[in-house]
Ligand binder design. Structure first.
Ligand code: KIV
Length: 272
């Protein structure tokens, strides 16, 4: 398999399918605000996900359920203003698409119109089929999300690995094929066995993006605050931390506090 990278000036949903075809892995990261999105985009991450994990990471909620459509639009429009290259995908939050397909379409349209995002992501399979169809029919690209779907956490009861049993794995496979057939351009696979990711990825022409789905996914996604080590209580096996920003930022901030207290900041050169 080739690891050579084609230069993309602007990533589109077509580029992602193209990357899969050419064996180039897709990189995806979350961002929820302008400053972080600028850094992530400049580092050439292919897809920026304005995830409903903003509910946990930015607002401190225990689950993704409380975040609202208005709050997602606020985060997404901040990200969009920073991005020049990446494809920006926005999560439809809990309660904005489950009750009926017309409401799902209205929510997706609000995201696209009010934030300028490029695509939306929804959690679920057959049960959201009509909503996916309606959103796609309006010309809005849709990404699926199967496996551990955090908006259903109270149904699952825990954040453990999904689809370890044959029946659930078969259902996931069926849902993945359905989402591809409907016209989704990609699929997030969260916290499922690596071998299942392999089977699903090999059965689809659209790319799979794993988070805790192992090395056979066509791409990987992480929450940027986890990758940078800004969060430190969350330690799942799948997470690779590239920095310990929690410690680094803490040190810098306590140095600032010390400097203020001992009258070292501001000094003569730092005033007018
Ligand atoms: O909201 C999010 O960050 C996500 C990723 C975990 C894929 O959906």
């Amino acid at each position: 398999m080739s690891t050579a990278k084609k230069e993309y000036k602007r990533i589109t949903v077509k580029s992602l399918v193209d990357m899969k075809k050419h064996g180039e892995k897709i990189s995806m990261l979350t961002a929820y605000d302008y400053s972080m999105a600028k850094i992530v985009d400049a580092a050439k991450v292919d897809v920026i996900l304005v995830g409903d994990s903003a509910s946990n990471v930015m607002a401190g909620h225990e689950t993704t359920l409380p975040i609202t459509l208005d709050q997602m639009i606020y985060h997404a429009s901040s990200v969009i203003r920073a991005v020049h290259r990446a494809l920006v995908v926005v999560d439809l939050p809990f309660g904005s698409y489950q009750s009926d397909p017309k409401e799902a379409l209205r929510s997706a349209i609000r995201i696209m119109k009010e934030s300028g995002a490029h695509a939306v992501k929804l959690e679920g399979g057959a049960e959201i089929k009509e909503s996916v169809k309606r959103i796609l029919a309006a010309g809005i690209p849709v990404m699926g999300h199967l496996g551990l779907t955090p908006q259903s956490i109270y149904k699952f009861g825990t954040y453990t690995v999904r689809a370890k049993e044959e029946e659930e794995a078969a259902q996931l496979m069926e849902d993945a094929k359905l989402l591809e057939k409907l016209g989704c351009f990609g699929l997030v696979l969260e916290k499922i066995p690596a071998e299942l990711t392999k089977t699903v990825s090999e059965s689809l022409t659209i790319p799979t993006i794993g988070i805790g789905g192992g090395k056979y996914a066509d791409g990987q996604v992480l929450v940027v605050h986890d990758l940078l080590g800004m969060t430190h209580e969350f330690n799942p096996r799948f997470l690779r931390r590239y920095m310990n920003l929690y410690e680094e930022m803490g040190k810098a901030i306590s140095n600032y506090v010390d400097d203020v207290k001992r009258l070292d900041f501001p000094n003569d050169d730092e005033q007018y």
